[in-house]
Design a protein around this ligand. Sequence first.
Ligand SMILES: [Fe+2]
Length: 319
Amino acid sequence: MIKATDLAYGRLGAPDLDRMEEFLVNFGMVRADRTKKALYMRGTDGDHHHIHVTELGEPTHIGLAWWASSEEDLEIISKAPGASEIHEIDEPGGGKRVNLTDPDGRIIEVIYGMETVDDLDVRDVAINTGNDKYKRTEIQRLSMNPGQPSQVKRSAHAVVKTADLNKFNEWYQSTLGLIMTDSIMDFEDETKDMMTFNHIDAGDNYVDHHVLLAIQSDHAEFNHLSFEASDFDDVQTGHYWLKSKGYKHAWGIGRHMLGSQVFDYWRDPWGRIHEHWTDSDLVNNAHEPQRWAPPEGLNNQWGPDFPESFVDDPHVHAL
Ligand SMILES: [Fe+2]
């Protein structure tokens, strides 16, 4: 129906907005606004008013919001089965929105015209390599331990479990224009996929390897929200900062196989995983989707093995 231009934000619930804000500030976001009912956090990129929403309430995952490229696209998507009318967003940042539900029952917001904000300053890091030894001739001083939080740039991707992977992909591809990047075959039945990676359709332009990763399961569940950090040092800086604050680490630091990101995963006070990454593979529509066998697809290029608790976590609420 339309081609969404990116993941706008994830919308979570939390019973204590002060604790959530403290976590997100330590994770490297900046408060964009806060009301009695909700918290809105931004990144350093100024494209959008906010990239993370937490509503006061049960610690659940409410849904995902996506950017539409025009108001005409909102008109088009408002004709989708079960879609709301176009309405003004009665929240900080404003804009217009159409609400839908995906096949698992997640609330999907499609948004156009939200307020933009200015970019925030970001540490500039130059790195010397064996091949380019003289890129930096100044002394390197990023911070002193435990330093400072990461500098989250932007909302990048979401990972969820779904009760029906085929139905899930069919809906996101036909409704929001997502395109399959790669998939990982089922351990027991190679004719089926157990994990699929979708990217944004931006034509010839390059986009992140995935904006939405879904895992076949017997029920729908939230897994993580992911945010781009400014660079490799920023992922490391953020890691030691969150560690110094006593937050619970989930997995990392490593470099994924599919997508190639350098990743680091942390849990918020209610166990919901938030990821920092840098240096993703990019794809455009010339990319041919590949099906991977599970050991290779799930492996890292380097870093700690995939912990079982990452996908089967008693803290995480099903939808
Ligand atoms: Fe991720």
